[in-house]
Ligand binder design. Structure first.
Ligand code: ZN
Length: 431
């Protein structure tokens, strides 16, 4: 897909107009679940050479669940091993075993169907609210605002965590615990997670070829759909440049680094990024919760083209009986036009990892999105205080602090402002 810069001009304008506002959108690990479902259900699956292709066809899991390709793409935010991101596995064998364990936890586990169905019902409801609102002429971003964190609360409740509307953040279920270590959903880590699962799916397709068993081909597609959760996240503007893992690893304690990464995630999501890929395409990548917005259609098509290419390789491996298929998904991946300390087209990165000096750099003037100065002389805690003062701190971020060893320090510094959280702490101190 090629698009000239002249054709993209209206897109550029709309992005630049939004540069004047800073919105802090923390607490959203990736595309919304309904976005993931919509992306996946646009992919055609083939089962024989004359097949015209099927979208949103049910794939049959061994535990009895029937899931569409899109359903499975969305499940990447719900089914992983807590504190064991796929991309952080020390060896390929460990990464493969983590991917398979995550996949099995909803596809094979006999106890999964009840929970998975509950999760999907919340997602379908989100989709319905979006569809109905868009039909009435409402903007997707306004519909998301009205949904607020209600879906997150339900996801947390369903996955074993707190359900109370005011304090659910303080009792993390698997959903929140996974969101707190969402490394697999960012940058190179998303690519590693995808590649690990895609390779396993190709191998499964070869088994389907050898046995002639179409159910095994369905499983190969299902595994690929799960891998593609991370591939779609790799396209989201806030996930492309944010040094998510470096912030957690270099800042002490890592909790503070994680919270800082969500500020950068929010900035880049809102403002979009000029990107290109090895195929020679150039476009603007948009962030989470913008998939259904009209101005993002080119970006949307790029994601779908990439996902279709990935699924087609599964079919090719099935037909040819080999994993050695023409694998060129990497050529579709958006690379930022500007990295490190380059900042002419896009906002200046709030943080970047300098690979030469092995230092984590921070924008000097954090409130000026176009400040082109960075410093290595900064501290995580004071940076957090400054950002919180200017932009606030989300409930999820405050809850993370309440649950960490930084709780008292955060209370003293005025970082915990949620009255329900403060009351919850007092109540628990009395017991
Ligand atoms: Zn994700």
């Amino acid at each position: 897909m090629k698009l000239s810069w002249q054709m993209m001009l209206p897109l550029c304008l709309s992005v630049y107009l939004s540069h004047s506002t800073i919105t802090f959108a923390a607490g959203s690990p990736s595309f919304s679940s309904a976005e993931h479902v919509a992306i996946g259900n646009n992919i055609n699956l083939y089962f024989d050479s004359d097949d015209p292709g099927h979208m949103a066809t049910p794939l049959h899991m061994p535990n009895g669940l029937n899931l569409t390709y899109g359903d499975i793409v969305s499940l990447g935010d719900f089914y992983e091993l807590v504190n064991q991101p796929i991309s952080q596995g020390q060896s390929e064998a460990e990464r493969r075993s983590r991917f398979l364990a995550a996949f099995s936890s909803f596809a094979l586990n006999p106890n999964a169907p009840t929970e998975t169905t509950q999760i999907l019902n919340v997602i379908y409801n989100e989709q319905k609210l979006l569809d109905d609102g868009i039909k009435r002429g409402e903007k997707p971003e306004d519909i998301y605002k009205s949904i607020g964190h209600e879906n997150d609360r339900q996801f947390n409740c369903i996955t074993g965590g707190g359900c109370s509307p005011s304090t659910w953040w303080l009792e993390p279920g698997r959903y929140l615990n996974l969101a707190n270590m969402d490394y697999d959903h960012f940058g190179e880590h998303a690519w590693i997670s995808y590649s690990t699962g895609h390779q396993l799916a190709l191998e499964q397709a070869v088994v389907a070829h050898q046995t002639g068993d179409l159910k095994k081909l369905e499983m190969a597609y299902a595994m690929n759909a799960f891998a593609c959760h991370f591939l779609t996240d790799r396209f989201s503007a806030g996930h492309i440049r944010t040094p998510r893992v470096e912030l957690s690893e270099q800042i002490t304690p890592g909790t503070v680094g994680s919270l800082l990464s969500s500020y950068m995630h929010g900035e880049e999501n809102v403002n979009g990024l000029h990107v290109h890929n090895l195929n020679g395409d150039k476009w603007i990548a948009y962030g989470d919760k913008s998939y259904f917005s009209p101005q993002t259609s080119y970006h949307r098509n790029m994601i779908i083209a990439t996902m279709q290419n990935s699924a087609d390789q599964i079919f090719a491996a099935y037909q040819q009986g080999t994993t050695q298929v023409n694998d060129n998904v990497k050529d579709f991946i958006p690379l930022p036009d500007e990295t490190g300390n380059a900042a002419n087209l896009d906002i200046s990165p709030l943080f970047y990892w300098d690979d030469t000096t092995k230092k984590l750099m921070r924008r000097s003037d954090m409130q000026n999105l176009n400040d082109r100065h960075w410093t290595d002389n900064w501290w995580g805690w004071s940076t957090l205080l400054e950002l919180q003062k200017e932009r606030g701190l989300s409930d999820e971020a405050q809850a993370t602090l309440v649950l960490s060893s930084l709780r008292d320090q955060a209370l003293q510094a005025g970082l915990i402002t949620n009255k329900d959280f403060i009351a919850y702490i007092r109540k628990n101190q009395q017991h």
